[in-house]
Design a protein around this ligand. Structure first.
Ligand SMILES: Cc1cc2nc3c(=O)[nH]c(=O)nc-3n(C[C@H](O)[C@H](O)[C@H](O)COP(=O)(O)OP(=O)(O)OC[C@H]3O[C@@H](n4cnc5c(N)ncnc54)[C@H](O)[C@@H]3O)c2cc1C
Length: 511
C-alpha cells in the first residue's frame, strides 16, 4: 500500500510538540466536573473490589480451570446490579452519564484485582463503542434502552463485538490486510435487510450478550470495500452461540464462537452499510478504515487502562511480599536489588497510567469524545433534568437527519491529521502499556520466587491474565505498525505498508 494519509499541517518540532503535549492543551478545556466524576468512578470500583472481586477472584479462577464450560453469570449479575453496564450511557439515553474517560480509571481499578472481571465490563463497552462509531442514532438508542431495562429487571443486557473469524484476526480491522487475507462472514442484501452466513470466534462475552455487533462483508473477494456492521440479537433464527474457548487467562470473561446460518438481520438493525454513505467523498474502504481508527482510538486506550491495573497489581503483590519476607541477609525489602526492582515496577505502573490518560486527552480534543466534552454539551447533559433530556432526545434521535448529520461529520468530513493523532497515540498506549504490564508481572514473580508460582499468591494468575492484553485489540505487532502508519511514517511519500503481508492468512484450526 502506498502511504496515503494526509500529513498534518505542522511538521518537525512543532508536530512533536502538538503530539506530546495533549494534556497541556486539554487541561484548560476540560470541564471541571470530570475530575469529580473520575474520583467517584474509582471509589465505586474500589468498593466493588473490596466487597466482591477480591474475596472471589482466585476461587473463581480455580473453578474455571477445573470446569472450563462454567459461565460465571453471578459476576455479570452483580456488575449489573451495581449499574456498571449503564454507567457510561448518557443520561439522555437513560444511563448514568459518567464521562467516558472515567471508565478507563474505573477499569484500571478493577483490573488491579482481576483482569477477567474487568474485561467482562470492558468488552461490553467495546461492543457499545462500535455501535457508537457507526453513528446510527436510533439503533444506539434502542440498544441503550434495552441495557437500561436489563439493569432495572435484573436480566443483564450486554453487547459484544464480533469481528474475529476462524481465518481472519489481525486482518479484520485493517483494509490492506483484509484484501490479502480470507474472510468467511457473508452478508447478502435481501428485501428488508441482510442474510448472514459464516462464523466468528474468540468473541468476549459472546455467551453473556444479548446484542452482537457483527462485522460482515457483502463481497468476500473485496471485503474492505464491502464491510457491513450489523446488530444481531441472541435468539434470532439462524444465529447460534457455540463453544467457549479454553484459554490461558481472564477466565471470568468467556471467549465464544458464534454461528450465522442464513440469519436474517432486518434493516433497522443494520448499523452501517454502503447505502448509508452513498454520495460521500470517501470510498467504502476509507470509511471502513475510519470506523476502525475511531473505534481503536477509544478501545486501545481501554486496553492500556486494563494494563495499568495489571502493572499496578503486580507492583503491589511484589511490594507486599518483599515487605513481609526475609532473605539470607535479613528483610527482603532491604536488599538493594529488590529496591531497584520495585522502583522499576513502580515506574512501569506510572508510565502505563500516563499513556492512557494522554490518549484519552487526544480523544477528548480531536476524537470521539470531543462533542461530549465541550463545556456547554457536558454541563447541559449533566444538569438538564433527566426526564426532560430524555424527552428531548426521544424527539430528535429517531430523525434520520440527525444520524445523517453525525455520519457526515464523523465519517466523511473528518480531519485526517487529527485521526492520526488519536489512533497513533492509542496504538502506542496499547502495545507499550500491555508490554509493561507483562514485564511487571514477570518481575513480580522474580521477587516472589517460588511463592509467586503458587496459585494462592495471585501472581501467576495475573501473568496468565496479562499476557492476553498483548493479543486482543490488535496484536502488539499490529499496533506497532499502526503507530508507524499514523505518526512515524506520516508525510513520507516513499513509505509503504503491509507490502510483505501478501497471501498471508491464519488458520485457528476451526474452519
Ligand atoms: C482473550 C481474547 C479475547 C478476544 N476478544 C475478541 C472480541 O471480543 N471480539 C473480536 O472480534 N475478537 C476478539 N479476540 C480476537 C483478537 O482480536 C485476535 O486474536 C487478534 O486480533 C489477533 O488475531 P489472530 O489471533 O487471528 O492472530 P493472527 O492475525 O493470525 O496473527 C498471528 C501473529 O502474526 C502477527 N501478524 C499478523 N499480521 C501481521 C502483519 N501484517 N505484520 C506483522 N505481524 C503480523 C500477529 O502480530 C501475531 O503475532 C479476542 C482474542 C483473545 C485472545
Amino acid at each position: 500500500m502506498i502511504f496515503s494519509s494526509v500529513s498534518p499541517a505542522k511538521t518537525g518540532a512543532e508536530a512533536w510538540f502538538e503530539d506530546m503535549s495533549l494534556s497541556l492543551t486539554a487541561i484548560s478545556r476540560q470541564p471541571g466536573g470530570m475530575r469529580r466524576e473520575i474520583r467517584q468512578a474509582v471509589r465505586l470500583a474500589e468498593k466493588f473490589n473490596r466487597e466482591f472481586v477480591r474475596p472471589r477472584a482466585l476461587a473463581m479462577d480455580r473453578r474455571l480451570q477445573e470446569d472450563h464450560d462454567y459461565l460465571p453469570l453471578e459476576w455479570v449479575e452483580e456488575a449489573n446490579r451495581r449499574g456498571f453496564f449503564t454507567m457510561c450511557i448518557p443520561r439522555m439515553l437513560g444511563g448514568r452519564g459518567v464521562c467516558f474517560p472515567a471508565l478507563s480509571y474505573f477499569m484500571e481499578e478493577i483490573a488491579s484485582e482481576c483482569l477477567g472481571m474487568a474485561n467482562v465490563i470492558g468488552a461490553h463497552y467495546l461492543g457499545l463503542g462500535t455501535l457508537i462509531v457507526t453513528w446510527n442514532m436510533p439503533l444506539m438508542a434502542r440498544v441503550c434502552d434495552e441495557i437500561v431495562s436489563g439493569e432495572k429487571s435484573g436480566q443483564a443486557c450486554l453487547v459484544s463485538l464480533a469481528m474475529t473469524e476462524p481465518t481472519s484476526g489481525s486482518d479484520t480491522p485493517e483494509p490492506e490486510l483484509l484484501d490479502k487475507g480470507t474472510v468467511n462472514c457473508h452478508a447478502g442484501k435481501v428485501a428488508g435487510g441482510y442474510r448472514v452466513n459464516g462464523s466468528k470466534l474468540f468473541i468476549s462475552n459472546g455467551h453473556f450478550s444479548t446484542w452482537h455487533i457483527t462485522v460482515a462483508f457483502e463481497d468476500l473477494k473485496r471485503p474492505a470495500d464491502s464491510g457491513v456492521v450489523l446488530a444481531v440479537k441472541t435468539g434470532s433464527p439462524g444465529f447460534k452461540i457455540g463453544g467457549k474457548e479454553s484459554k490461558m487467562g481472564q477466565l471470568a470473561c468467556p471467549a465464544s464462537e458464534l454461528f450465522f446460518n442464513d440469519c436474517f438481520v432486518p434493516d433497522d438493525q443494520v448499523a452501517l452499510c454502503a447505502d448509508h454513505t452513498r454520495g460521500y467523498h470517501r470510498t467504502g474502504r476509507q470509511i471502513y478504515q475510519r470506523l476502525f481508527d475511531d473505534l481503536c482510538s477509544i478501545s486501545r486506550a481501554g486496553i492500556c487502562a486494563l494494563s495499568a491495573g495489571a502493572a499496578r497489581g503486580a507492583y503491589q503483590d511484589a511490594l507486599a511480599f518483599a515487605a513481609g519476607a526475609s532473605g539470607r541477609d535479613g528483610a527482603l525489602i532491604n536488599a538493594e536489588w529488590v529496591q531497584c526492582r520495585l522502583a522499576d515496577l513502580y515506574r512501569n505502573a506510572v508510565m502505563t497510567r500516563l499513556l492512557y490518560v494522554e490518549t484519552n486527552y487526544a480523544n477528548g480534543l480531536y476524537g470521539v469524545y470531543r462533542q461530549l466534552q465541550s463545556k456547554p454539551a457536558y454541563y447541559a447533559l449533566k444538569y438538564l433534568p433527566a426526564g426532560l433530556s430524555r424527552r428531548l432526545t426521544r424527539a430528535v434521535i429517531q430523525q434520520d437527519r440527525l444520524t445523517r448529520f453525525m455520519r457526515r461529520m464523523q465519517l466523511d468530513r473528518y480531519n485526517a491529521a487529527q485521526v492520526q493523532r488519536t489512533a497513533g497515540m492509542a496504538a502506542l498506549a496499547k502495545f507499550a502499556g500491555s508490554d509493561l504490564a507483562v514485564e511487571n508481572c514477570q518481575k513480580a514473580l522474580e521477587i516472589m520466587d517460588r511463592a509467586g508460582l503458587r496459585h494462592a499468591s495471585g501472581a501467576e494468575k495475573r501473568l496468565r491474565d496479562a499476557k492476553l492484553l498483548q493479543i486482543y485489540e490488535g496484536t502488539n505487532q499490529i499496533n506497532r505498525l499502526d503507530l508507524f502508519r499514523h505518526l512515524i511514517g506520516r508525510g513520507l511519500p516513499q513509505v509503504r505498508l503491509h507490502e510483505d503481508a501478501a497471501g498471508r492468512s491464519c488458520d485457528h484450526g476451526k474452519k
